[in-house]
Design a protein around this ligand. Sequence first.
Ligand code: NAD
Length: 305
Amino acid sequence: MAQVLDGKAHAECMVAEVQAAVAARTAAGRRPPCLAVILVGEDPASQVYVRGKVKACAQTGIRSLEFRPSAELPQAELEALVDRLNEDPEVDGILVQLPLPGHLDAKAALHRISPAKDVDGFHPVNQGLLLEGLPALRPCTPSACMHMLAAHGVELKGRHAVMLGRSEIVGKPMALMLLEQHATVTIAHSRTRDLPAVCAQADLLVAAVGRPGLVEGSWIKPGAVVVDVGINRVEDPVLARRIFQADPAKLKAVEERGWVLCGDVRFAEAMAVASAVTPVPGGVGPLTIAGLMKNTLQACESQVG
Ligand code: NAD
């Protein structure tokens, strides 16, 4: 059986580190870092994510400000809010929760955030710095994956890493971070031919696709390390019976409770083939929020010292 890479435990360590650094700042008479979160509309999943982020701020001593404009907010008003927060010296980090309602231009809003306050690391300036391998605010999810791999001593140099998914948020920055650590990187995506064969070459397989149980055990090279970024809610019993054949607990949850969370990888099948696997939930997710806290502290220290 593979080792389960416990993201929760690592996240607790990271949160404790940020907490100690914030406490040291305030003990030295400096103000705590401050994160402004903008949530437009009432998307239920986004509300859960924002609640988690605000809770993590409270836990670490970071001040949080929440802005919750209605779903009808015009683009100009969203950008005016970002401008105001950019100019506010008391605010170190700005986060616009995605997805935005359909009429809003998410890219334009994200590009409006000052690169120094871009704690999600999505601004082209920060993405460009990452491309050049220079210090920057880096996207939290791929940074969290790299943190977990380093903490487990996973060797990347010269190994073949397959990044499944090419989003701006996870796939592309993760591929760059793996390359920076001297892995040989393949980026696979929805148009890749013979995906199982490509995945089967991977010493390290990272899945960020958003398709529940897409990656089967037979796609995984024996002994590979598997990082599952996907977070999917499965309610359909037919789909559940197909993807949870080897996972009676998840199947039971769907049958009895009506839903279950799972990743892009069939966890139980992966556990029988790989050397290490991240679970969903409890893998990459908690580390992503801890990474956001770290970025907010970094943004504060680089702006106000
Ligand atoms: P996205 O929709 O922006 O990108 C998905 C990528 O997967 C695309 O590049 C697409 O080409 C590829 N893809 C889609 N279908 C495919 C298929 N059948 N075969 C191969 N490739 C396919 O998604 P994203 O924002 O990168 O998120 C991916 C998943 O990760 C989602 O489940 C999301 O909820 C999750 N996520 C988790 C965290 C976390 O903190 N753990 C953070 C961000 C995203």
